[in-house]
Design a binder for this molecule. Structure first.
Ligand code: URA
Length: 247
C-alpha cells in the first residue's frame, strides 16, 4: 500500500500501530511529533507520511510491510490455534497495524521454514494464485522407510486425501535417503504434506519448507525465528519461476 495522499495525523499513526488516536492527541500536546520539521498542531491535520517524525524518527514502514521469515517449530500462525504466535518474533507495534500483517498461507505448529507475511492483499493473492505457478518445496523426514512407489503415486494426480473432494494435483517427490525426501507442491491444502504421506501409510516426523518458488530458505541466511523486510516487487522477482520452468 502506498501512502501518497495526505491523511489525518491521528489516523495515520493509529493505523501504523503507534497507539490509539487518543494517544496521538497526547503526543501532539507533548510536542513529540513534527510535520515537515515543525511541531504538529493538531491530530486532524492532514499530513503526508514521509513528512512526519515521531520523537525525531521517520515512520515505520508507512507504505506497507512485507517480510520473509524463518518460522521455527513450536509457534503457530493463527490466533485460532493454541500456542505461541509467530507474531511474538516481530515488533509489538506491528500487531496493531491496519491493514494487518498476515501470513501468506500457513505452516503448522510442528513445521519450520520459509514463510512470507504481508499487509498487501495483491501480493498475497499473487503468491497464492495457481495462475502464477509459485510452487512450495518441503524437506521431509519419515517414520518408515520409503517403499519406492511414492514418487509415482504423488505425480499421478489421483491421490485422494481424507475429507477432500478432489484429488491432489501432481506433486514431485525426490528420495534423498531411506527416510528422507523432498516434495514440491503446486497447491496448498491443510496439513497437505503430512496428509499425503499418511494417505500412503507413512508418517512425517520432521517437515521444513525450504523454498517458495525459486526463493530458498538457505539463500536468505535467516536463523529460525528471524525475518527480513522486502519490497513486494523484489519478492515477486525472487519467487517467480523462469518461463522455461513453467512450459
Ligand atoms: N504441509 C503440512 O503438512 N504442513 C505444513 O505446515 C505445510 C504443508
Amino acid at each position: 500500500m502506498s501512502r501518497r495522499k495526505p491523511e489525518r495525523l491521528d489516523r495515520l499513526l493509529a493505523n501504523l500501530g503507534y497507539g490509539s488516536r487518543k494517544d496521538v492527541g497526547h503526543w501532539v500536546k507533548e510536542g513529540l511529533i513534527t510535520v515537515d520539521g515543525r511541531l504538529a498542531k493538531s491530530v486532524s491535520q492532514k499530513v503526508l507520511a514521509e513528512t512526519v517524525r515521531v520523537e525525531g524518527e521517520p515512520l515505520d514502514h508507512p507504505d506497507g510491510l512485507t517480510l520473509i521469515y524463518h518460522k521455527p517449530t513450536g509457534s503457530v500462525c493463527s490466533h485460532k490455534e493454541m500456542g505461541v504466535l509467530i507474531y511474538a518474533d516481530f515488533p509489538e507495534q506491528w500487531s496493531d497495524r491496519k491493514p494487518p500483517l498476515s501470513s501468506v498461507g500457513r505452516l503448522d505448529k510442528e513445521t519450520s521454514g520459509l514463510l512470507v507475511l504481508t499487509d498487501d492483499g495483491h501480493l498475497n493473492h499473487h503468491l497464492t494464485s495457481p495462475k502464477h505457478h509459485i510452487s512450495k518445496t518441503y524437506a521431509v523426514r519419515l517414520d518408515s522407510p520409503l517403499s519406492g512407489n511414492e514418487q509415482e503415486i504423488f505425480a499421478g494426480g489421483s491421490l485422494m486425501l481424507e475429507g477432500d473432494e478432489k484429488p491432489c494435483l501432481p506433486a514431485e517427490m525426490r528420495a534423498l535417503g531411506e527416510r528422507k525426501a523432498t516434495l514440491v507442491l503446486h497447491e496448498g491444502r491443510y496439513h497437505q504434506v503430512r496428509r499425503m504421506f499418511a494417505a500412503i501409510g507413512n508418517r512425517v516426523t520432521t517437515l521444513t519448507r525450504t523454498h517458495i518458488g525459486a526463493l530458498s530458505l538457505d539463500e536468505t541466511n535467516l536463523a529460525p525465528g528471524t525475518y527480513q523486510t522486502i519490497e513486494p516487487e523484489a519478492l515477486i522477482k525472487r519467487v517467480s519461476p523462469r518461463e522455461e520452468d513453467i512450459h
